[in-house]
Design a protein. Structure first.
Length: 518
């Protein structure tokens, strides 16, 4: 399981490791530095020989333990014969403990140190290593002039196409939230220690991390889980954590064994949304696809999805309709519009026993319902499957306008808070989609690209969730699997069509089969 860490959790692991093994913390620092050094050596081996006036590696070292990792790595690389220079960004700070020991060791072995950029005499490194802040960065504190100078130096080198390697996490990125200050420098590679930090995989931090290499530093999964238990669980959504838990389709199986999905929406001018959701659900292998839409739109829908069973939405004054088989899962909202029947339908559906997915116009209707949070929470507390809400940021703010500031700073925590308040599964769409469970667990998706930024992509996701939910015992597993696959089909399609920007929702649906083979 790809568990992600807060900086406080990594600090706890470091402490627990020393307590358990009796080894001093400097051992972990040495291991972290060794992982970083090996990564840098591999990069240097792949580069063209440097110009005579240039050198191999420039470390930008800060005053904390991140700087200590940098000093240790600089010493190790120097011992391997590389020309290394350390820019001491902490010359005005009194270092102590393990950081002081590694800084002193580097100096005593003859390592070159500069404190001003002019001392580099216009020489350029092949690699610049960002060991300024790491997880110790605190966005609430103003940057010192010395820190600004160090970040400016790295930014200038980055503009000269110098490779930037971040030590643990790019400086200026919050390890817990991914929030990044303006001065943060985008790394090409990040070597992170123990486990990946939340800020490396959530937006916008992932835009600064580049390719991330993980160095466990002697910490097994068993040790991590035992030390941290489940106080605040955040996991990267990948092939392992979003594995396919559907029952195999037996060779002699029939459609009645593979689930029944009902999708509701498709108002005038928006039938395409319902059609996309239906096609996606069918591609996930569901046995029956049933569509409910305003009667005038049914001919259009029938011609586009001839395999579906159709029914019109209830007429004014009707509570519900029973003209289709009982569904295993219901999704409402794709192109539903603003008619009063949408709110009435949601109010009714949330009291039904099967999984309910609410998207798009369904979410907008939910945001206008009095006591919506209470209805959702009551559903969960009764032991019914939690409702699945799939908002993009705008819809999220309509559901939880009081969370505006939190959403801008910490997407994962905003989604978690709404999930717990409503007893629902929240799928907060966008780059690095967040899936928050009502028990507080959070998953951050590792797949997807900007090709998903088109109208209709969300409807495809709704259909995929519904299709899987009808075939799986757990709505939690169905949502995780669908979100992961939704991003994966976009990644596969971008390779297939040689571009992210050309991908359409129809391309996503056409690529589902290839994603299911991965």
């Amino acid at each position: 399981m790809a568990r992600l860490l807060l900086k406080e959790e990594q600090q706890k692991l470091d402490h627990e490791f020393s307590e358990l093994t009796g080894l001093p913390p400097i051992v972990l620092m040495e291991q972290a530095a060794s992982g970083l050094s090996g990564m840098i050596e591999s990069l240097l081996d792949s580069f063209e020989p440097r110009d005579e006036n240039d050198f191999d590696v420039l470390f930008v070292a800060g005053p904390g333990r991140n700087g200590g990792d940098g000093w240790a790595s600089a010493r190790q690389l120097m011992a391997q014969g590389y020309e290394v220079i350390v820019y001491d960004a902490a010359k005005d700070f009194e270092t102590s403990g393990d950081v002081f020991l590694n800084k002193s060791a580097y100096r005593r072995l003859g390592g070159k140190i500069v404190t001003e950029r002019d001392e580099l005499q216009n020489r350029l490194p092949l690699i610049v290593v960002d060991a300024l802040f790491g997880t110790g960065f605190d966005a609430s504190k103003p940057l010192s002039d010395r820190a600004k100078a160090a970040l400016s130096l790295m930014a200038d080198l980055k503009e000269k196409d110098i490779c930037v390697v971040a030590c643990d996490i790019p400086s200026g990125v919050d390890a817990n939230t991914g929030y990044a200050v303006y001065e943060a420098v985008k790394a090409d590679f990040t070597g992170t220690f123990g486990r990946k930090k939340v800020g490396l995989v959530t937006h916008p931090g992932l835009l600064y991390a580049g390719e991330v290499m993980e160095f466990p530093i002697s910490m097994s999964d068993e040790f991590v889980e035992h030390a941290l238990e489940r106080e605040r669980y955040v996991c990267q959504l990948d092939a392992d954590s979003a594995s396919d838990k559907r029952k195999d389709h037996a060779p002699d199986g029939h459609k009645g064994q593979f689930g029944r999905v009902m999708l509701i929406g498709g108002a005038e001018g928006m039938t395409g949304a319902l059609i996309l959701a239906a096609r996606a659900a069918e591609k996930m292998g569901v046995g029956y696809t049933m569509l409910r839409a305003p009667e005038a739109q049914l001919p259009i829908i029938a011609s586009a999805v001839p395999s579906a069973l159709l029914s019109s939405v209830p007429e004014e004054g009707m509570e519900t309709k029973r003209d289709l088989p009982e569904p295993d899962v219901i999704a409402i909202g794709s192109g539903a519009g603003k008619d009063p029947w949408v709110k009435k339908a949601i109010n009714h559906l949330l009291r039904q026993p099967m999984p309910i997915i609410i998207d798009a116009d369904g979410l907008n209707a939910l945001s206008r319902m009095m006591g919506a949070y209470d209805i959702l929470k009551e559903r969960y507390e009764k032991g019914l499957p939690p409702a699945v809400l799939t908002p993009h940021p705008g819809e999220f703010l309509r559901l939880a306008p009081e969370s505006s500031m939190l959403l801008s700073k910490d997407r994962a925590e905003a989604a978690r808070e709404l999930a717990q308040r409503t007893g629902s599964i929240i799928v907060l769409k966008g780059m690095a989609t967040v899936v928050a469970m009502p028990d507080g667990d959070v998953y951050i998706n590792s797949t997807g690209n900007v090709g998903l930024a088109k109208g209709g992509s969300g409807d495809v996701l709704t259909g995929m969730i519904a299709g899987l939910a009808a075939q799986m015992d757990s709505i939690f597993d169905a949502v995780k699997r669908a979100v992961y696959l939704h991003g994966l089909v976009a990644d596969i399609a971008s390779e297939k069509y040689l571009s992210e920007t050309v991908i359409t929702p129809e391309d996503l649906i056409a690529t589902i089969g290839e994603a299911l083979l991965c």
